[in-house]
Ligand binder design. Structure first.
Ligand SMILES: NC(=O)c1ccc[n+]([C@@H]2O[C@H](COP(=O)([O-])OP(=O)(O)OC[C@H]3O[C@@H](n4cnc5c(N)ncnc54)[C@H](O)[C@@H]3O)[C@@H](O)[C@H]2O)c1
Length: 255
């Protein structure tokens, strides 16, 4: 589906990002595993390169640093002459992220929204400008169901987890920025879409998993590979005339 397409995945060493990179390489593309964790990115890229005839490489990237993004773009331009897509899948947060509403300070709220929504903005801005010069490109933002639905706080009762208030602001911003960017770059051959996954399995509390599943179709929380089909669709020509859209992949949880 993606023969020789160069696809940069920010957060490429993460839970979802590494599966996205694997799916890109498997479909004949070249996955750039771009992550603030350079060692993690190298590990993932080496695994994928040996599995898929060299179709992966690592890059150290900080999505909140314009110079870091510019350095990556310059390097890849020299190397490949062209980039086809960027997937915003990094998950920056500060050490106080994830507290319950009562304990979130103004400073932490602003910092976490700035790192995550601001970082996604910066990546989309810098790649959007590059894609405009190139005459086309594709941006996929990873949002979340919590960008469009309010949390069901009951399912967190009795666990140490919550659905952070910053996350609601961040993901709603990303869903809407997707439409803003799609409109802004519509005449430049650039498509901008987002995917809103439901919860992803990562050794969560059993009670929480049961409660979550009771709101779903058959599976409940998903595995990372359950989201890759939507990503490949958005990256490929199968979705050629789609832009500004939000694909919700959540086994019906948000209904
Ligand atoms: N895991 C879930 O349940 C879930 C559900 C819905 C949506 N999402 C979204 O999917 C995306 C990926 O989430 P994940 O679960 O894979 O997260 P993760 O924490 O497993 O991975 C995130 C990656 O981002 C990297 N990163 C952090 N700060 C960075 C920065 N400044 N620059 C570059 N890289 C940076 C980390 O090193 C890490 O490898 C996020 O947007 C998240 O909100 C996750």
């Amino acid at each position: 589906m993606l023969t020789n397409k160069v696809v940069v995945v920010t957060g490429g060493a993460g839970l979802l990002g590494r599966r996205f990179c694997s799916a890109v390489a498997e479909q004949g593309g070249i996955a750039v595993v771009a992550d603030a964790d350079g060692a993690g990115a190298t590990r993932i890229a080496e695994q994928l390169a040996s599995q898929y005839q060299g179709r992966a490489e690592a890059a150290t990237l900080d999505i909140t640093d314009k110079e870091s993004i510019a350095r990556l773009i310059t390097k890849l331009q020299k190397q490949y002459g062209r980039m086809d897509a960027v997937v915003n899948s990094a998950y920056p947060r500060n050490r106080n992220y994830g507290r319950k509403l009562e304990d979130v300070t103004y400073e932490d709220f602003c910092e976490n929204v700035g790192l995550h929504a601001g970082g996604y903005f910066l990546v989309a801005q810098q790649f959007g400008l590059l894609f405009r010069k190139q005459g086309g490109g594709n941006v996929v933002n990873i949002a979340s169901i919590y960008g469009t639905m309010v949390p069901r706080f009951d399912i967190y009762k009795g666990t140490s987890m919550t659905m952070p208030v910053e996350y609601a602001a961040i993901k709603a911003a990303i869903v809407h920025l997707t439409r803003y960017f799609a409109q802004y770059f519509k005449a430049d051959g650039i498509r901008v879409n987002c995917i809103s996954p439901g919860g992803i399995l990562d050794k969560q509390d059993e009670k929480f998993l049961r409660e979550y599943k009771s709101q779903c179709g058959e599976k409940g929380m998903l595995d990372p590979q359950d989201v890759t089909g939507s990503l490949l669709f958005l990256l490929s020509d199968a979705s050629k005339y789609m832009t500004g859209q939000n694909l919700i992949v959540d086994d019906g949880f948000s209904l």
